[in-house]
Design a binder for this molecule. Structure first.
Ligand SMILES: *[C@@H]1O[C@H](CO)[C@@H](O)[C@H](O)[C@H]1NC(C)=O
Ligand SMILES: *[C@@H]1O[C@H](CO)[C@@H](O)[C@H](O)[C@H]1NC(C)=O
Ligand SMILES: *[C@@H]1O[C@H](CO)[C@@H](O)[C@H](O)[C@H]1NC(C)=O
Length: 356
């Protein structure tokens, strides 16, 4: 077995253990991230240009309408929630502080968001990871007001935190030639800035009570349609993929470090890079026909989202990508399914966490 494959399986087993402790029906999840996990926060930001609340988004979702998800159907988070038999947590901005729903999990993710505040600047409004953490702090106060300090601390300690962020720091920051960060920093400096910022952010979540955190590594961003369009013959951008892998391996080290220094913390790094790359390299192996361009015919020079007047492919399940950035519902289903079947074939009744 390759080292990479072993790493993936090890991370997945650790996730199984992290999740295994809470009984599934009472599992509370808090979700942080960008457009890959957003379920509608940006619809509440009047000036935000990072929105997907128009056709053809949501065409394959329940009801067939756009919800603010950046895909034709479900996000990976929606599918994982269904498999855990819990509702997919609602967008933070759809809830009032007195809603009982905050006790069952909240989704803070926002399209265009990054680790760095300045990422996605041209979307005018989006909730950066710092903003999302600030909102989680507010949720914690509301939970305390509802159930008292001790129960609130327990709830937050036992919840699972899914965090998937960093793609926009590349796609909508470092890789944009006209933005300051790409000009100001060499990649080595940029990745250090991201890692040190992320370290402070994860420590801040820990301070508020997060213990079980799962950080989703970045996928091969050099192979998404918006990046391929910059190459001469539609191929993956090797340099971008190397940068992303450098980021991933530094996050993995950061997480080992945090686990060693923050008592009772259980952070895990979920490395999905190889799984996504395999889906892109061998689409037919997974029942897809096309992985080098999106189902929705988009103009990558005009943002790359699927606009109401865009043409769609004839069969949306044949395409790995829905628009220039985001996987299709069918691809999300494959990725979530693979993730889960590995969890349960490895470990049908996940071992409890060691207590310490
Ligand atoms: C980013 O913004 C947050 C507020 O949203 C602020 O607390 C933080 O200091 C800012 N970070 C930097 C590096 O400017
Ligand atoms: C995608 O790959 C196919 C063949 O594998 C090729 O014919 C087509 O031109 C490629 N499309 C793009 C946009 O690169
Ligand atoms: C669409 O593609 C999927 C996967 O290739 C296939 O199972 C399905 O039958 C196709 N649907 C239609 C209407 O052709």
């Amino acid at each position: 077995m390759s080292k990479m494959k072993r790493n993936i399986i090890v991370s997945i087993m650790v996730i199984a253990m992290v999740i295994g402790r809470s009984s599934a029906s009472s599992l509370v999840t808090f979700i942080f991230g960008d457009s890959l996990t957003e379920v509608g926060n940006n619809n509440y930001l009047q000036l935000s240009l990072a929105k997907s609340n128009f056709p053809h988004y949501g065409i394959d979702f329940d009801g067939g309408k756009a919800t603010g998800r950046f895909t034709n159907g479900r996000t990976i988070g929606d599918i994982i929630s269904a498999k855990l038999r819990i509702p997919s947590p609602p967008p933070y901005l759809s809830l009032s502080p007195t809603d009982d729903a905050i006790l069952k999990g909240v989704n803070y993710a926002s399209g265009g968001a990054g680790i760095l505040n300045e990422t996605g600047l041209y979307f005018i409004e989006r909730l950066s990871f710092d903003d999302q953490i600030k909102n989680f702090e507010k949720t914690k106060e509301s939970i305390k007001a509802k159930i008292g300090d001790e129960a609130a601390n327990k709830l937050c300690n036992e919840a699972v935190y899914f965090i998937g962020i960093g793609s926009n720091d590349y796609v909508n920051n470092f890789l944009q030639p006209f933005l300051a960060d790409g000009q100001q920093y060499a990649h080595d400096e940029f990745v250090e800035l991201m890692i040190s910022t992320l370290g402070e952010q994860l420590a801040r979540l820990y301070e508020v009570g997060a213990r079980k955190m799962v950080f989703h590594g970045l996928g091969p961003l050099g192979c998404i349609p918006s990046q391929r369009a910059k190459s001469r013959r539609g191929q993956c951008l090797t340099q971008v993929n190397l940068w992303v892998q450098q980021f991933n391996s530094k996050v993995q080290k950061l997480i080992e470090n945090l686990n060693a220094h923050l008592p009772s913390s259980h952070l895990t790094f979920a490395d999905t890079y190889q799984a996504v790359l395999d889906l892109i390299d061998n689409p037919t192996k997974y029942g897809f026909k096309v992985s080098n361009t999106s189902c929705c015919v988009v103009d990558t020079k005009l943002g790359g989202l699927c606009l109401p007047n865009s043409k769609l492919c004839s069969n949306r399940s044949d395409y790995v990508f829905w628009d220039a950035f985001h996987p299709s519902d069918a691809a999300n289903a494959v990725l979530a399914e693979r993730f889960f079947s590995t969890v349960f074939s490895q470990s049908p009744s996940p071992a409890p966490l060691p207590s310490h």
